[in-house]
Design a protein around this ligand. Structure first.
Ligand code: PLP
Length: 374
């Protein structure tokens, strides 16, 4: 059997990781400024993470949600405390798309409405409802096309109100920072205004923090740069540091009924162990603070490198837009300087390093980039 060939693969085979570094099968060491798509939050192969997961596996690895899994409650309490949402409810799933799928479903159940509003350049995943509210027609299959998904320009409160006024909109879904679409930070006034309008028209506000959450922006959630308190918050990626886990944080006013949502694997023992380990490491090593500090440092230095059209982002979620295509720059960074970077579209390099990035490691990148673009 061959692999279903959907990815443009790099000719690199990582076999080992430690902190912000990876080694390929030839022993070459790479600085990872991509974190496997914002997933590696606390660094590769962190000893506490390994210990938590292996200890759990030695006890019990899996049972379904037909039994009590006390680790789920432990995770809910820890996440509530660390995130600043202690009174919210937690529903655990396995991925980002699944978290959004359930958020959209819940918004629809709660309001009894079918329509959802999303934004240009937004990305919310590849499952049915999540892809329908994603602004990329190339990945929307005919089965996912629906008049219920309305996509409007980002940061535009007047157009949002026009939609909400119809009293037909169940949910508005906004990324904490748009990631796949090129690192676009929402205006805090837009988020505050959106929250006000949603309340006025009986619509739920969903913040997709799948890429921007878990400390990446320099706050636990990127929307915490504004005063907004969303009805629903979705997380995944950095939550498990590579173990597949996602979640939905649900405001206390929203009441569940049995069978409303469900999953076989969501909230399994290993996912909880991985997620708890991540939160413990984030607290112990003050990684949210580190993301803010190193992010500020990187952004200020990047702004002085000639040749970059625009530097956007917050914390360790940074986009570097160029006038030219970035393939060659990324290629030189990878092959000559052994630095992994990500991409958003043809012209933007995306940096999503582990939150453990040090100033010395940031300097290595800054020097390599300056030499590459000069
Ligand atoms: C903002 C956002 N939402 C949702 C998703 C989908 O997550 P997953 O790939 O885990 O389904 C992604 C993935 O890139 C994302 O960046």
């Amino acid at each position: 059997m061959n692999l279903f060939d959907v990815y443009p693969l790099l000719d690199i085979t990582p076999v080992k990781g430690e902190g912000c570094y990876m080694w390929d099968k030839n022993g070459t060491k790479y600085l990872d400024l991509y974190g496997g798509h914002a997933v590696i939050s606390v660094g590769h192969s962190h000893p506490h993470y390994i210990k938590r997961l292996t200890t759990q596996l030695n006890q019990i690895g899996f049972y379904s949600n037909s039994v009590q899994v006390p680790q789920q409650q432990e995770l809910a309490e820890k996440l509530g405390q660390v995130s600043g949402y202690p009174d919210y409810q937690l529903f655990l799933v396995n991925s980002g798309a699944e978290a959004n799928e359930n958020a959209l479903k819940l918004a629809s159940f709660v309001t009894g409405r079918k329509k959802m509003v999303a934004f240009k350049k937004g990305f919310h995943g590849r499952t049915s409802a999540a892809v329908a509210v994603t602004d990329n027609p190339k990945i929307v299959a005919p089965v996912n096309e629906t008049p219920n998904a309305i996509i409007i320009p980002f940061n535009d409160l007047a157009l949002l109100e026009e939609q909400l006024k119809t009293n037909e909109i169940g949910g508005v879904i906004i990324e904490g920072i748009q990631g796949v679409g090129g690192i676009h930070v929402p205006d805090p006034e837009f988020l505050n205004g959106a929250e006000k309008l949603c309340k006025q028209y009986g619509t739920l506000l969903i913040l997709d923090e799948i890429q921007s959450g878990y400390g990446r922006s320099g706050k636990f959630f990127a929307h915490q740069y504004s005063a907004v308190k969303p009805d629903l918050i979705t997380v995944a990626k950095g939550m498990g540091n590579g173990f597949p886990v996602g979640a939905l944080l649900i405001a206390p006013e929203i009441k569940p009924w049995h069978g409303m949502l469900g999953t076989t694997f969501g909230g399994n023992y290993l996912a909880c162990a991985a997620s708890l380990a991540v939160l413990e490491i984030m607290e112990d090593e003050k990684l949210v603070e580190n993301a803010a500090k190193i992010g500020d440092y990187l952004i200020s230095k990047l702004k002085n490198i000639p040749g970059i059209k625009e530097v956007r982002g917050l914390g360790l979620m940074i986009g570097l837009e160029f006038d030219q295509q970035i393939n060659d720059i990324r290629h030189v960074l990878l092959k000559k300087h052994h630095i992994f970077t990500g991409v958003s579209g043809a012209n933007t390099i995306r940096l999503l390093s582990p939150l453990t990035l040090s100033q010395e490691q940031a300097d290595v990148f800054l020097e390599a980039l300056a030499a590459t673009v000069q």
